[in-house]
Design a protein around this ligand. Sequence first.
Ligand code: BES
Ligand code: MN
Ligand code: ZN
Length: 508
Amino acid sequence: MRLNADERANHTGQQKLARVPSMDQSIPNLVSTSDDPLKAGTDVLIIPVGGPESRGAIYDSVNAACDAELDKTLDALGFTKATANTVTQTLVHDMVIMLVGLGDQPDLEAYRMAVGSAIQQVPEGKRVAVAAGDEPVIAGAIAEGAVLGAYHFDRYRNVEQERLDEIVIVTKASAAVERADVMATATALARNLVNTPPANKRPEDLADTIAGLLKDNNVSVTIRDQAWLEAHDGNGLLAVCRGSEHEPRLVELDYNPAGAERHVVLVGKGITFDTGGINLKPSQGMADMKSDMAGTAVVTAVMSALAALDVKVRVTGFCTIAENMPSGTAQRPSDVITMMNGKTVEVGNTDAEGRLVMADGLVLGSRMKPDVIIDLATLTGAQIVVAGMEIACVMGTADVAMDEFEEAAETEGEEYIRLPLPKRYATGLKSNIADMNNISGAGFGAGTIMAGMFLAEFVEEDTPWFHVDFAGPSFRDSVSGYLSPGGTGFGVRSLLAWLETGNIPPRA
Ligand code: BES
Ligand code: MN
Ligand code: ZN
């Protein structure tokens, strides 16, 4: 039976750690202890192991308690240079010891991946502890990898699954485990939103879900409906959603802690399903387009965790939510939209809908004159060609902010490639009848850059801006380390780690 967080806290008698809201119990409860792991009463103890010189205090004490059984096991397997993510199991005093290889010179991501791999081999329903050492940054990475590796999205299963209820992290660095719990819970929230089927996250429902999730998190929520968008020229959202039976929504979120000296605006693409519209996508892979609201999922998840992480920066989020459907009322290729900032856009392709809805968010957000505006969007298939399924692309005008962001992201194991916005391509979006087209001509290439060039036209007031295109890393179809099939939550921890530093360059 699955217990909720409060019930579990009572059940285990252990201190309940800070939690951010999650729509499901999709990850186990995370607790820390500095007690002897052999006496913690779990069924399994996971020990990450590097080279022979650096196996850690817990390895050494377990090894001593079992007449060097661990050394013998590793030696018998020729485990001198621990192979990354390989799991070996031995029984010591009625406890299964899982040794997981970290590979040579492990970075923090190697700890996450190794422990995530090991957790996935723990039979469901067993009690598990993970040896994490006392170095806070490493213990935090281990805790994140453990809890995210145990992520499951079971909402739509009839047969109740027996999942891990709790993971015990053996460390003195309890604050690092608490932070990891917030990071992982926020990541799981983004995964849950992405994994939700599109019929259950129509724009009005998704907006209400977001409001419900954030109501107790020091975040104010304002939902803008169709009438509001009509009165405020939100014509990107209106045009894209015209083919849908459902109205678009723009959700504005604001976290404004006392004494905040910097202001960051986040804009997240929220296409609840992208059929392509009248420029209908081929059926191959279309089902993955339930993930086309991953930008909105990341913005929501980030907002949910700001208070728990005591972020000192004001953060405003805009979720631009619409459903891109073909129908008798849908917009047509060659239609012209007058956008919120007055620019006219010829719709060369109804499948380039993300940039249209993002434009509304960028105009509204940049008019607040924040120190920096960041948008996150599953914007182009070309992004996957540029950087593949595990790395996102970043481009924009906010050079210093991009540096700070990428640096913070690295500690969370999320990787970005910088793309330019070259002047010579500025003419690529020309239209024969309007100010611009939403696509460049056949054979122009540089699809990810051109989408960024389009968005740049909607950033006002000289606001420093960068754009994250994460079409690839936002969603995956296989398990790997702490990553599971479906939504990945990519971007959540990058943004939180950066906002946590408070290292936001002031606007000029
Ligand atoms: N949502 C898609 C981009 C996408 C593709 C995300 C694959 C995740 C995986 C976006 O709306 C789209 O359809 N982009 C078009 C743009 C083109 C028509 C200029 C694309 O990339 O093909
Ligand atoms: Mn599209
Ligand atoms: Zn799309």
